[in-house]
Design a protein around this ligand. Sequence first.
Ligand code: EPU
Length: 337
Amino acid sequence: MRIEENCFIKERHTFRMPVYARWFVEYDTVGDLISLLHSDLLRNHSFLPIGGGSNLLFVHEHYDGVLLHSVIRDVTVLNETDSEVLVKVGAGVVWDDFVAHCVSNGWGGAENLSYIPGEVGASAVQNIGAYGVEVKDIIHEVETIEIATASPRIFTNAECEYGYRSSIFKHALKGKYIVTAVVYRLQKNPRLHLDYGNLRHSLPEGDITIADVRRAVIDIRRSKLPEPDEYGSAGSFFMNPVIPVEQYEALKATYPDMPHYEVDSTHVKVPAGWLIDRCGWKGKEEGGAAVYEKQCLVLINKNNACPGDVVTLADKIKQSVQQTYGITINPEVNYIE
Ligand code: EPU
């Protein structure tokens, strides 16, 4: 276990802004986490479990608490049959390293989620998703420690109450449990999901393998999203809003080219990137922060941004989308006070 005081965490969150944390703690085992939960450090100060810091916006330049980072990185096959594999993965494993591991073993299910930044623990909290797949589709169980009692609890997939970029850990049980490992169920003869957006067009003709899908997804993401060493960002900054069908129909009369995806018989999802783009935000800057030219859903740290620049830019965008379309867009990133 490592405890650092007054830690400069620019490289610990993907926005890469100059932020200090009063403490930064890394633990290697579940036992260490349990000891920490009994310690004065965590009893007397606010704390926040973080993964790769890819979905966080530190709102101030000082975080006056303890950042807790898991480096539990075991990968264990729990059960394997002719058709599937159950694999338990430590919360601190880098998500895309796990996807690469699955693909190289011929285990299907995670390939559409290639190249998403972040770590395994956060994948289960955030229900990361891309190209028609969400991580909930392959999660079997989530292993956690309850903060109040420092005791283990396993959540089944159903108990996690997954929705679009949401889970029970972001809502009813927010701040109550820390994920220590996730058990995924992967398929040896997977059904491929190729129908989202331009994925199929990016694939070769003929028989497609999960390795082909991984390669295509990585290519698309690289063309639309900033490379981590190009600009700091947190991927999609806003969630795509879900609106009633009637509201969509009314808007469509004025904006016939507004894209949408059906959610259920009464709701549709509208791409926030499109709304932001059409409000004229592409490339706009606020201090050192900017709207990414190739994908308006992404806010970037273009030129030594400070947290206030990103907060102001996001507020202005939200207001302008609200005024133009009457649609409320909400951040996907978690604001940390
Ligand atoms: N669009 C624009 N202008 C833009 C951006 C998008 O007109 O600046 C239009 C596109 O042309 C397209 C539509 O909006 O018609 C949707 O855009 P796209 O498919 O690029 O992305 P998205 O649906 O908005 C979601 C996820 C991404 C994920 C992609 C692919 C959310 C908030 N974002 O984006 O997730 O990679 O689908 O599945 O759901 C992330 O969470 O960090 C992330 C990148």
